[in-house]
Design a protein around this ligand. Structure first.
Ligand code: PBG
Length: 313
């Protein structure tokens, strides 16, 4: 009876798996604050994608982790076809073709030696407009490498419009844009900084949003849709379900939510201590995100959750 009347269904096809590929390692390296999540080699990345695919996951989102010595003030490995992420995208597209949807993270923070999501001006502030052209170059390089979707996560104003125009002009009209529209300056991103070996000192409060604000997110969502976003996203997920519901209410395009590193880490840590039932909390958090209005959910639990969902059918 419960299944018959359930108002919300979660399916493996709703899930997007974020993954990390690192340069200069010869075996996968577990991220200590995210047990079960790895910095991958190209080989282990392919293997992990295959496992996700077998579980029914349709989309992966790949982040690149360059070698420390390759980082610079501009983040140039980001648009270099030989940069770690573009190499991996090329390889993954070659292995999987169109059998798995390949999303690329389109942001400079992993590649800059200062760790910010954009380039800095002479006073050390993030320069919004100078950053846009680099995002365009990065998007085109990712499309060329085989990404089906680019996902600008750097929160520069005007990034969606600039990238859409740049991709179209380069002949990539079919490459879609996942817009990180409502993205908060969140402490829940903590473990991610370890995951990508971030060089950031300070914070991102000049370009990411204040957790106190709701209305601002609705404006950001509207602007991104106007600029050509194919999906809009809310991030983090669980602490921002109100923002997610509001976005789902107004958006004519699919709405995604990102269950971020800190959300994952908390569930893993409490689970490991026996303080909560890890699997139950994982599934409850995902169905709640779906219920609040997410069409797609980015989650480091994607493969594991998909396997559980398959057993339930
Ligand atoms: C920035 C980016 C971040 C995450 C995804 N893209 C970190 C940040 O904005 O500081 C966080 C993902 C997570 O915490 O799981 N390019």
């Amino acid at each position: 009876m419960r299944d018959l009347v359930a108002e919300t269904q979660l399916s493996p096809r709703d899930l997007i798996l974020p993954m990390f590929v690192a340069d200069g390692i010869d075996q996968p390296k577990e991220i200590s604050s995210m047990p079960g999540v790895y910095q991958h080699t190209e080989e282990s990345l392919i293997q992990a994608i295959r496992e996700a695919q077998e579980a029914g996951v349709r989309c992966v989102d790949i982040f690149g982790v360059p070698r420390e010595e390759d980082k610079d003030a501009q983040g140039s490995p980001a648009w270099d076809p030989e940069g770690v992420l573009n190499r991996a995208l090329t390889r993954v597209r070659k292995e999987f073709g169109n059998d798995i949807l390949i999303m690329a993270d389109t942001c400079l923070d992993e590649f800059t030696d200062h760790g910010h999501c954009g380039v800095l001006d002479s006073q050390g502030r993030v320069d919004n407009d100078a950053t846009l052209e680099l995002y365009v170059a990065m998007s085109i390089a990712q499309a060329r490498a085989g990404a089906h979707i680019v996902s600008p996560s750097g929160k520069m104003d005007g990034q969606i419009g600039a990238i859409r125009e740049g991709l179209d002009a380069a002949g990539f009209e079919d490459v879609a844009i996942m817009a990180y529209s409502a993205k908060y300056a969140s402490a829940f991103f903590g473990p991610f900084r370890e995951a990508v070996g971030s060089s950031l000192e300070g914070d991102r409060r000049t370009y990411q949003q204040d957790p106190a604000n709701y209305r601002e997110s609705m404006l950001e969502v509207d602007l991104d849709i106007e600029e050509g976003a194919d999906f809009v996203m809310v991030k983090p997920a669980l602490p921002y379900l109100d923002v997610l519901a509001g976005t789902a209410e107004r958006s004519p395009v699919p709405v995604a939510a990102y269950q971020v590193s800190g959300e994952y880490a908390m569930i893993k840590a409490a689970g490991a201590n026996g303080w909560v039932d890890e699997q139950a909390v994982m599934m409850e958090s995902l169905i709640s995100i779906k219920r609040a209005g997410a069409d797609q959910i980015f989650t480091y639990f994607a493969t594991e959750a998909a396997r559980i969902l398959n057993q339930q059918v």
